[in-house]
Design a binder for this molecule. Structure first.
Ligand code: F6R
Length: 599
């Protein structure tokens, strides 16, 4: 969602800010802006892409201090006016903000009567409050602290004061924010990726701190003014991981990276004796719990559905899977010793965090599975398991999804072994086979491009059906297709279609069916017949050994429980090509954000 960058140093700040914002584009946004300070404050804002912002920026302005922002609209439509940075009435203060201020209307009413607001945003209240308090106290830092202490909600803030040109004022609550350190310069970023171009040394900021960032110094303080010392950390992201290289899109690159991710996971979770390498405390928590509650959203929820099968079938641990946004307002009756497992690629999803806040209050242990170990959900949970998928930039999740399933399989096997269950399943060996199968699919992209052309070029809708594990993969296939190609797509349990939805099948309606599960192979094929009889254009993707004449594609044989890790690749690739054929912005689909930091 929204992104923040800031720079104070000797270089031309415009270019550093714009490049930083480009690195944050993948998170999803609808408008962008920068403010750079030369003699005066220069603010440039646009609706739309950073490319438009580049055009709008006055090249002749030379400035060495500035802040920038990408906005994903919450309060107020996407527009140039509502884009950040926002300025106070006199223009003295300029601010960018990530998050949502829940009490902005009360603050407006209680403190800002008579002030004219230029935008419809919750954000503008913050900059107006800073100006009001600065005029009253004559001290910007005090005004900033007072403002921050009045805010309810989530925020990451960076503020420029025209009368204190050598400082950027920074604070955060719930939303991530980092300060990056350099020689003769310092930077601010909501994600280290934005500033890897200039530094890999970052200091993590905590809630209820304010930070004064100068060219040669960074001062962290608590809200009461006491100084905080914190060591920087090295961002361990290879800058090339966040470049497309020769690929036309990040999504295609990330689909192709999946065999490598599997091998990476094997390496990271295997010790020198070929046993599973897992934190003893996680092992203990898994053995002691009487029920696992998986909490997730979107694609990660779909991985959770498969995870339930692993945990119940391999480890015999009763497991429930819940959509985070529903769970947070509707806690079910919990078991006596629950363990909460939060699955989140980004580790920042607000819907999950609000559940975690509650489960922490209740004192229940929580394990986060995430691709970003320093993320909020990782920090605030009791334990973390890293997905080791490498940065995922395309908004549509691919490699993080298969990594989530692989890590869940390892967790299930480890739990089963800890419980002394007899298993005929070596997860590392099986994941190795999965990796090779994935490689062979990635080498046959032309088949999936043709399927996308034949079935999806002109259609308005599409159905995915499957039974058992295939049903869950179908849900993910449908989500992938709709989010990037905007084709109305739905996933269904094969047997369920005839209970209503079959009414939508007409001549030529594409139905993509998965047939990778032996015990339901005949039934899913009967379900395909039911729709074909009514005119559907069927496309069956089956598993070697279960295939029949006429199947559109046969995936190589892998362990029956791990088929979802492989059978999803054709669906990812078909979605990718369908979106491409329809001229959609594959990596940055409309209205979507990579990291959904609002509820
Ligand atoms: C779809 C997609 C989303 C995310 C969802 C949860 O491709 O990426 O559905 O899975 O927004 O995000 P995380 O996993 O970051 O919590």
């Amino acid at each position: 969602m929204c992104g923040i960058v800031g720079y104070i140093g000797n270089e031309d700040t415009k270019e550093i800010l714009l490049k930083g914002l480009e690195k944050l584009e993948y998170r999803g946004y609808d408008s962008a802006g920068i403010a750079v300070r030369s003699e005066d404050m220069n603010v440039f804002k646009v609706k739309g892409r950073i490319a438009n912002l580049r055009e709008a920026v006055d090249e002749s302005v030379h400035a060495t201090t500035g802040i920038g922002h990408t906005r994903w609209a919450t309060h107020g439509e996407p527009s140039e006016t509502n884009a950040h940075p926002h300025q106070s009435s006199t223009g003295r203060f300029t601010l960018v903000h990530n998050g949502v201020i829940e009490n902005f209307e009360e603050l407006k009413r209680d403190y800002l009567e008579g002030v004219n607001f230029a935008s419809e945003t919750d954000t503008e209240v913050i900059v107006q409050l800073i100006e009001k308090f600065a005029l009253e106290s004559g001290n910007t830092l005090e005004a900033f602290r007072k403002t921050v202490s009045l805010l309810h909600g989530s925020y990451a803030l960076a503020v420029l004061d025209s009368e204190n040109p050598d400082e950027i004022f920074v604070a955060k609550n719930k939303s991530p924010l980092l300060v990056g350190l350099g020689e003769d310069f310092n930077v601010v970023a909501s994600d280290s990726m934005a500033m890897l171009q200039v530094t890999d040394q970052f200091v993590e900021l905590m809630d209820e701190e304010v930070v004064i960032v100068k060219q040669d110094n960074v001062e962290l303080q608590k809200l009461d003014g006491t100084t905080v010392e914190r060591e920087p950390f090295t961002a361990e992201i290879d800058a090339s991981d966040i470049e497309k290289g020769t690929y036309p899109h990040f999504m295609l690159k990330e689909i192709d990276e999946q065999p490598f991710v599997m091998r990476n996971i094997i390496q990271e979770y295997q010790d020198e004796n070929d046993d599973i390498k897992l934190d003893e405390d996680i092992r203990k928590a898994m053995s002691e719990c009487d029920r696992v509650y998986i909490i997730a959203a979107g694609t990660s929820y779909h991985a959770g559905l498969i995870g339930k099968e692993f945990l119940e079938k391999i480890a015999e641990v009763p497991t429930e899977v819940h959509v985070a946004s529903e769970f947070s307002y509707n806690f079910p009756l919990l078991s006596e010793k629950p363990l909460f497992v939060f699955i989140s690629q980004s580790g920042e999803t607000a819907d999950l965090r609000s559940v975690l806040v509650e489960t922490n209050k209740l004192g229940h242990p929580a394990l986060t599975l995430t691709n970003v170990p320093g993320s909020t959900l990782s920090r605030e949970a009791t334990y973390t398991m890293h997905l080791h998928a490498g940065p995922e930039i395309a908004v549509a999740s691919t490699k993080a999804y298969t990594a989530q399933m692989a890590v869940l399989a390892i967790l299930a096997v480890d739990t089963a072994r800890a419980k002394g269950l007899t298993l005929d399943f070596d997860p590392m060996k099986e994941l190795g086979i999965v990796s090779s199968a994935m490689e062979s699919l990635c080498d046959q992209k032309e088949v999936f491009e043709q399927i996308a052309r034949d079935y999806l070029s002109t259609t308005r809708n599409c159905f995915f059906i499957g039974r058992g594990l295939d049903y869950f993969v179908g849900l993910e296939g449908a989500l992938k297709l709709k989010e990037i190609s905007y084709i109305q797509a739905e996933g269904f349990a094969g047997g369920e279609l005839k209970h209503g939805t079959i009414a939508l099948i007409e001549d030529g309606t594409p139905v993509i069916a998965l047939a990778t599960q032996e015990h339901v192979n005949s039934s899913i094929r009967s379900n395909v017949q039911e729709v074909v009889t009514r005119g559907a254009n069927d496309c069956i993707i089956s598993l070697e050994g279960l295939d029949r004449e006429g199947d559109a594609f046969v995936i190589p044989n892998v362990h029956s429980l791990l088929t979802p890790l492989v059978s999803v690749l054709p669906l990812q690739l078909i979605s990718y090509y369908a979106a491409l054929h329809r001229d959609c912005d594959v990596d940055k689909p409309r209205n979507l954000a990579k990291s959904v930091t609002v509820e």
